[in-house]
Design a protein. Structure first.
Length: 366
């Protein structure tokens, strides 16, 4: 029995010493222990490092360093894992093939760590691009930030693939042929994308603007996307409009108007005398020009004129601008103007005309 146990122990000892792929289990266990040690202490490590850096950053007056540290919190937590893998593989006596694998693994992890820092750095530093919002619009800046992030991610992935001997060039060439095939079948997609870029570059409208496109949409812009724009109609229903509609059609941006226009034709009865007509016109003009709710005549065209003799009325043209862009305020100003005109006409003892037809009856001789 003791002989059997001795043989069993000898086999276990032999396997333990031979290990796996020529690496004895002592080194494997120690390597795993080192890696687990770094993993377990990564939270403590990140807290110590981040708290120390925050203490240094708190001495500065700017907030950019605080935002950078906040963005770097996740990459910093990954540093102990990179160190743990490197020290573990360095401690273990690896054969040539495994040593090459370990070297590529360490290079990949370090590459990921570097590009992760660069990727996370974009958001806190994006305020530099925000300085150009007046020139490029905030939506175009957002697009630029997203494209920059994608570019960094792509370069980082390519660097990792190159580390493992995977050539990116042939892959890109294959993707190029594929992209040509896709482009032929996705012309509308690219047309919408280019139209979206033109919208932002030309500043046709931005989020929050009230726009109108004949026979397509009218409402408030909520989001300008790569392919389409979300517009909230005045019945509160959202509608996604392909961007090429804004490039191929005239877009009226009501938000950019300086003031809201009032354009009325007021018909007075033909029995209105010359004096009454002149007094009514003068009083309406005086009310508009002396009221701060209306744009000054020097800023916007303002007319109150006897316009024409219609079939049933003498028409007065009232053309002016309310000193507001708000729809609600515009309605209130129009309402008050209507009250005033009604009172002026009644004070002058005149009357408003309404469509009428005169019928002449001619008696035929007997």
């Amino acid at each position: 029995m003791s002989l059997l146990m001795d043989n069993f122990l000898n086999i276990v000892t032999s396997i333990w010493n031979e290990g796996v792929f020529g690496i004895n289990f002592n080194n494997i266990v120690i390597g795993i222990f080192i890696l687990l040690l770094f993993v377990l202490f990564r939270s403590l490590f990140s807290k110590i490092v981040v708290s120390r850096l925050k203490a240094i950053a708190s001495r500065s007056k700017t907030k950019i360093d605080d935002e950078v540290l906040e963005a770097f919190s996740d990459p910093i937590r990954f540093i102990p894992i990179v160190l743990g893998v490197y020290i573990s593989t360095a401690y273990i006596d690896l054969n040539q093939s495994l040593e090459l694998f370990a070297a590529n693994l360490n290079k990949s992890l370090i590459t990921i760590q570097i590009f992760w820092f660069i990727y996370k750095l974009i958001d806190p530093l994006s305020f530099f691009m925000n300085k150009y919002e007046e020139l490029l619009t905030s939506d175009l800046v957002d697009w630029g930030i997203k494209l920059l992030k994608f570019f960094i991610f792509f370069i980082g992935a390519a660097a990792v693939l190159e580390t493992w001997g995977i050539k990116v060039g042939p892959i890109l060439a294959g993707l190029g042929l594929l992209s040509v095939a896709i482009a032929l079948g996705a012309q509308d997609l690219f047309k919408n994308l280019i139209s979206g870029i033109l919208i932002l570059l030309e500043k046709r409208f931005k989020n929050g603007d009230w726009i109108h496109v004949d026979n397509i949409v009218e409402g408030t812009v909520e989001r300008i996307g790569f392919r389409s724009t979300l517009v909230r109609r005045f019945d509160s229903s959202p509608i996604m409009v392909p961007n090429f509609n804004f490039a191929e059609n005239a877009v009226t941006n009501f938000t950019n108007m300086r003031n809201r226009r009032i354009y009325w034709t007021i018909g007075l009865e033909y029995r209105t005398s010359h004096e009454q007509l002149k007094n009514i016109r003068d009083k309406i003009e005086n009310y508009i020009t002396s009221n701060n709710n209306f744009a000054k005549a020097s800023e916007e065209a303002t007319f109150v004129r006897i316009d024409k003799f219609s079939d049933s009325s003498i028409d007065i043209l009232v053309y002016c601008f309310a000193a507001t862009k708000s729809w609600g305020e515009w309605l209130e100003i129009k309402e008050n103007l209507a009250y005033e005109i009604k009172q002026i006409v009644e004070t002058e003892k005149a009357g408003f005309a309404f469509p009428s037809t005169s019928i002449y009856h001619e008696n035929s001789p007997n």
